[in-house]
Write a protein that binds this ligand. Structure first.
Ligand code: 5GW
Ligand code: MN
Length: 285
């Protein structure tokens, strides 16, 4: 395979951090070579599971999510979609590319939307050792109100990865919207915290996601028992987990963009973009 030699004195990106202080790479455009990575992952014949929840009205997001994933999500490798929904009847048939497959799994809904988003952790935890571990090597867990609009490949995969929230990559610790009440299991003091990670997207090896989801679910249940709920729900517990069990890879905000934050020059590509939601109709009963 032919490619240009790595140059010690010529880092591909100079104005963004490419490595955390615990030596986890931060993936930005220009920092990786897809041909090398694809060859490595093909040698290992990796299988990737993508979990997504479409409960109640959120089924309307599924079509664009899957169709865009068919264009951009880890193309050329084995991908299995796990769709969790309470409305199996409302899910249209998708025509999937080679090596790609799908399961639609019925789950119950919850009255409170906070519980719909938080209980995803319980379900992911539950299915990890029951199914995922026997079927895939890596899991990627994403919100459904997202559209893939550029390449997302095997460069995202690692033991456990988190994605830097598009609204906070330049923010100070003080500005991070972590849970600040010590009574909550999501508590992070003002003088701690590395990055503010988005709750809409994370992944890793099944064993690692099992641990992550177990931690977040237990934290949520402990808080429930104390009549408290972390400020940003599952996102707050996820941030707490990543503080103590640091991700082995971070994805730059290219991987979870939101045009609400404009289009800064640092972010050269928008690979996965949050859909603008009409909150009134989507969140009504
Ligand atoms: C409903 C009302 C308010 C908030 C969330 C929901 C909701 C979320 C729902 O009714 N059904 C559903 O499947 N979800 C799942 O939780 C979707 O996978 C969704 O992408 C995820 C997180 O909720 P979001 O996307 O509304 O959260 P934000 O922080 O991205 O706006
Ligand atoms: Mn979302």
């Amino acid at each position: 395979m032919l490619y240009t030699k790595p140059e010690i004195t010529k880092p591909p990106r100079t104005v963004v951090l490419m490595l955390t202080s615990w030596l986890a790479p931060i993936v930005w455009n220009g920092t990786y070579n897809s041909d090398i990575l694809n060859a490595q992952f093909h040698q290992r014949k990796v299988r990737i599971g993508l979990t997504v929840f479409a409960i109640k009205k959120y089924v309307i997001f599924l079509k664009n999510f899957i169709e865009s994933a068919e264009k951009f999500f880890i193309i050329g490798h084995k991908v299995h979609y796990y769709i969790f929904t309470d409305r199996t009847q409302d899910i249209s048939k998708f025509s999937l590319g080679d090596g790609r497959s799908m399961d639609i799994i019925e789950v119950k809904s919850y009255q409170r939307w906070q519980d719909i988003t938080m209980r995803r952790m319980e379900i992911i935890w539950n299915y990890s050792l029951q199914r995922f571990i026997n079927e895939v090597d890596y899991l990627v867990c994403a919100d459904v109100d997202l559209i893939f609009s550029d390449h997302v490949g095997v460069e995202i995969l690692s033991d456990v990865f988190g994605v830097i929230h598009p609204g906070f990559f330049g923010a100070s610790r003080k500005e991070f919207t972590h849970e600040r009440r010590p009574q909550s299991e999501g508590y992070i003091p003002f003088d701690e915290g590395d990055f503010y990670y988005t709750g809409c997207y994370f992944g890793g090896r099944v064993q690692e996601i099992y641990k992550l989801a177990n931690f977040c679910n237990n934290a949520m249940l402990a808080d429930k028992a104390n009549n408290i709920e972390a400020l940003w729900h599952d996102e707050s517990y996820l941030n707490k987990y990543f503080l103590h069990y640091k991700p082995t890879k971070l994805l730059s905000p290219e991987y979870a963009w939101n045009y609400y934050y404009g289009s800064p020059t640092l972010v050269q590509r928008k690979r996965l973009v949050h859909v603008e939601k009409d909150f009134k109709t989507i969140r009504s009963k």
